[in-house]
Ligand binder design. Structure first.
Ligand code: ATP
Length: 915
């Protein structure tokens, strides 16, 4: 059925077996979910494990090794064939486990990104994952939501939806609820419908779900969406290119060694196997998987710390961030608002913390209506702020006297304050029903609601008897508008002020009186809202032009919002890490300044307001950003300009955002960060990362993780390349020295398995370097071999080759049969020393603690034990053609294997002294 738009609301509800004020029963919803399936678009199925394994086995190098094993077998060398196959299988299993873990990690991240929806079931509102929606559910739609199913609208308040995903039309469509009668109505004209995947850009409403999952309009075209392939991150792309170049280089090298060997009179089969083994050793086939693992595991670690990565490249960019532009409310502060001052012109009430206990959770046993008894103007102020309000108080399931806020904290604080002084929104709303509204938006910084007002005084609660009298004096009109918002924005539309029970003209004197009170409260770090009202004859809002005019200013309400305790340290960390923290807020400049000072953010910059910004052109702003640490009263559009200005300065910018209008700035920023708790779906969709706790300190934790990941990828690359090049130098130089094959094919494969194996993986999980947040960020375009890495790879490889081959050459000259085993052992063990030394790019191993990466220690010990096994266990000796070394020779091997370790440590020591 796709004609829901033609039916009236009641018929739709009846047909779907639902009720607008009750919704579905829980059992019915569960039943429908079981029969109808989850509300999800079909996704491309995950790669099954066998497919991952198969892809490992058909890698060209693996196939070459299999061919080598077959040739060995055909030539009668079964033992060698079996060992090659075992090594192939071990290699493939290693690759498989890496790939599998990477896939799993990515899939886990994806499921976490499912949005939540507010649905009415059994008469109450609940938040459930969008995937659990069923046909017949009553769901709300709010500014910033991505519609999560196909919905027939039942009630709308200025609801506008942008449907470009379905219709291509970029302009948001105003929605309505009336049935449509025309015969053929295209999707874009079905004004009483909201379709899955479209964006609510303004207003709110609710409706009944008529289609879920693949049965939605989006589902019909979803097959197109499934084709999107996972993109490679910039680092992965660069490494992929590098891998191809190395493949080419190693083919050339292998051909050279192959020819040299033949020239020296080595057998064809040995040389073929050597060439294949060397190719396997030289090509860093594990690199892409290890990088994916490092990124995926890194994003899991970030998740544990509260940062959900939505786009993998962000993990890399995070480490390079140089500027973090952060919202104030909820990110730097806790967004736990508590009203502490009520101020009506001429009278002020300080609400003590005993009155409103524990944030904005309310305990009815602590109600104190007596505080208001003789203050009718405060009652009027609280009535307005409770009615012009979308939050609600829900009773605790265990204790009906305890309530918690559902909705926005600023609004929650107001209804809590009103309720604790005896005015409960749930009692007031039926008496003063809302008939129209103009929702809050960050541009206007205010909201208005229009209420029907009962004519007879006895209908008004006792506390409101005096205001009722005032209402009568003002003409007793049937409707009343309340507007609450930022004081400056409210004063623009007020012409009168309520003083001593009467409206008085809002003269300049009164204006500055109100401004001064506002500034005084803001300078203490409070968020200040003002409230105005106006009686009306008619219930119609004409786009706000009439209703938000000529208001009577009633009073101010200041609320405090504690600074998050961990943020101060995070701001400090930013400084040592070469990152500039910047605050961007919609709040008053003095509020912003107070909080920025507390946090130590004002150190190298001043403050600019949205108004200042509107007077600057792009070039001027680019100049100014360097000297500005706080932006106040900023609109979302200006956020975009700030990002662009920083980027003009060549900075890598992270920007937080929560609203629907923040999406362009989030997209433009190098790292867009959405608020996981208070953010809208649209902001989350546009962002690269979401903060599950909305906390600024979490951004810093994520940056730190980003830096660790990049460091570890570099360590891994260094380890792999220096080890591989060491083997190649040994092979090449031996020919020039006229020696026979210094390493046999199986020995090369063994060394390779050890290199690519456990120690390399253990390096990928190396903990953070001590100075990681005490250094400047590296540019994201930095060459992976920069800062001396390329040079280090060359000299470490050469040294490894020199020590092992030099020893082998000496033994060979002495005609000592152990010469080859000496080379083999020194190469293998040198790599272990290398792995230990490069755990830190800067500090000595003993400084960072030998056991701070236990996996690496275990990997090294295991490798040494296996190597000793290969030298002394007769069966393995036979396979790997080793000779049992004398104790002296073994000790010499162990000693010489530490040369690389000491050399790398010496270089680090020298570098530490330089910088
Ligand atoms: P930040 O950018 O620091 O996170 P914010 O995004 O919460 O702050 P906005 O929500 O844009 O800031 O609010 C800007 C101003 O609008 C506030 O200073 C306040 O004066 C006013 N305001 C905020 N919420 C409401 C509301 N629910 N009703 C009326 N006015 C509001």
């Amino acid at each position: 059925m796709s004609k829901w738009h033609k039916l009236d609301r009641e018929t739709v509800l009846r047909k779907l077996g639902s009720d607008r004020s009750w919704g579905l029963n829980h059992d019915e919803a569960i039943h429908r979910l079981e029969t109808g399936g989850p509300n999800k678009l079909q996704e491309k199925p995950q790669k099954p494990p066998w497919r991952i394994l198969w892809e490992q086995l058909i890698e060209p190098l693996v196939l070459l090794l299999v061919a080598a094993a077959i040739i060995s077998a055909l030539l009668g060398d079964y033992q060698e064939a079996v060992v090659i196959l075992i090594i192939v299988i071990l290699n493939a299993l290693l690759g498989f486990s890496q790939e599998y873990r990477a896939e799993k990690a990515m899939a886990a991240l994806k499921t976490l990104a499912i949005p939540k929806v507010k649905v009415r079931r059994g008469g109450h509102w609940h938040e459930i994952p969008a995937s659990e929606l069923v046909v017949g559910d009553i769901v709300t739609l709010e500014d910033g939501n991505i519609v999560s199913a196909d919905i027939r609208l039942l009630e709308v308040a200025n609801l506008r939806i942008q449907e470009s995903i379905l219709t291509g039309e970029a302009e948001a469509v105003p929605k309505s609820i009336d049935p449509l009668t025309e015969k053929k109505i295209p999707l874009g004209d079905r004004l009483n419908m909201a379709y899955m995947g479209t964006l609510v850009t303004y207003g709110r409403g609710y409706g009944v779900v008529v289609g879920t999952g693949m049965k939605t309009q989006l589902g019909k075209i979803a097959k197109l969406l499934q084709k999107v392939e996972a993109e490679l991150t910039p680092l992965q792309q660069r490494l992929q290119r590098l891998g191809q170049q190395i493949l080419m280089a190693s083919v050339i090298l292998v051909v050279i060694i192959f020819s040299l060997g033949l020239l020296e009179g080595e057998g064809l089969k040995v040389m073929f196997l050597t060439a294949v083994s060397l190719a396997v050793a030289a090509v860093p086939e594990g690199l892409p998987a290890v990088v994916t693992i490092a990124l995926a595991l890194g994003s899991q670690r970030m998740l544990k710390r509260g940062a959900l990565i939505r786009k993998l490249p962000a993990v890399e960019t995070l480490g390079s961030v140089t500027v973090i532009c952060s919202d104030k409310t909820g990110t730097l502060t806790e967004n736990r608002m508590t009203v502490n001052v009520l101020d009506v012109v001429g009278r002020r009430l300080n609400l003590t913390s005993e009155l409103i206990r524990d944030g904005h959770d309310l305990d009815l046993r602590q109600q104190q209506p007596s505080l208001l008894k003789k203050q009718p103007q405060l009652v009027w102020l609280l009535l307005g702020s409770a009615l012009c309000n979308d939050a609600s108080l829900e009773a605790d399931s265990d204790d009906p006297q305890l309530f918690h806020v559902v909705g926005e904290p600023t609004e929650g604080a107001l209804i809590t304050a009103a309720a604790s002084l005896g005015l409960r929104k749930s009692d007031l709303e039926p008496l003063f029903p809302r008939v129209a509204e103009i929702p809050f938006d960050a541009q206007r910084r205010r909201m208005t609601t229009l209420h029907h007002v009962p004519r007879d005084g006895y209908c008004w609660p006792e506390l409101l008897q005096q205001p009722w009298q005032w209402h009568q004096n003002l003409g007793g009109m049937p409707y009343m508008a309340f507007t609450k918002g930022a004081v400056d924005s409210l004063l623009d539309i007020c012409t009168e002020v309520w003083v001593n029970n009467h409206p008085k003209p809002l003269t300049e004197v009164w204006q500055s009186w109100i401004q001064d009170s506002n500034d005084e409260l803001a300078a203490q770090g409070s968020r200040v809202l003002g409230l105005g009202f106006r009686p009306h004859l008619s219930p119609y809002i004409d786009h706000g032009t009439i209703i938000e005019q000529n208001l009577i200013f009633l009073g101010l309400m200041a609320m405090s919002d504690p600074i998050r305790p961990e943020v101060k340290e995070a701001v400090q960390t930013c400084r040592t890490a070469g990152i500039r923290p910047v605050m961007i807020t919609g709040d008053h400049p003095l509020t912003a300044q107070h909080i920025a000072r507390e946090l130590g953010m004002m150190v190298n910059g001043g403050i600019l307001t949205g108004q200042d910004l509107s007077c600057l052109n792009a070039d001027e702003l680019t100049e100014k950003v360097l000297q500005t640490s706080v932006y106040a009263r900023v609109s979302p559009k200006q956020k975009l300009q700030i990002v662009e200005a920083w980027q003009q300065q060549g900075q890598i910018v992270a920007m937080t955002g929560d609203g629907v209008n923040d999406a362009p700035a989030l997209k433009k920023a190098d790292i867009g960060i959405a608020m996981g708790v208070s953010g809208t779906d649209v902001a989350k969709e546009a962002a690269d990362m979401a903060l599950l706790d909305d906390n600024f300190a979490t951004i810093i934790a994520a940056v730190r993780e980003g830096r660790i990941i990049y460091d570890n990828v570099r360590k891994f690359i260094f380890y792999m390349f220096s080890s591989n090049s060491g083997e190649i130098w040994v092979m090449l130089a031996a020919f020039f020295l006229g020696m026979p094959l210094p390493l046999l094919p199986l020995q090369i494969l063994w060394i390779n398995l050890m290199t690519d194996g456990l120690p390399a993986l253990a390096l990928g999980i190396e903990p953070a370097e001590k100075h990681i947040m005490h250094r400047l960020p590296y540019p994201p375009s930095e060459n992976i071999f920069s800062r001396g890495l390329g040079w280090r790879i060359i000299w470490v490889g050469l040294l490894m080759g020199f020590v092992s081959l030099g020893t082998g050459y000496y033994y060979w000259q002495q005609q000592n049969p152990a010469w080859q085993t000496m080379i083999f052992t020194i190469v293998t063990l040198s790599q272990m020393g290398n792995a230990l030394a490069i755990r830190s790019e800067r500090y000595a191993l003993w400084k960072i603690g030998l056991f701070s990466n236990p996996f690496l220690i275990m990997a090294v010990i295991l490798t040494v034990i296996l190597q000793i096994g290969i030298i002394y266990v007769p069966f393995w000796q036979n396979l790997f053609q080793t000779t049992a070394l004398s104790v002296n020779d073994l000790l010499l091997c162990l000693l010489l294997s530490t040369v690389v370790f000491w050399a790398v440590e010496a270089e680090k020591w020298w570098l530490r002294r330089q910088f």
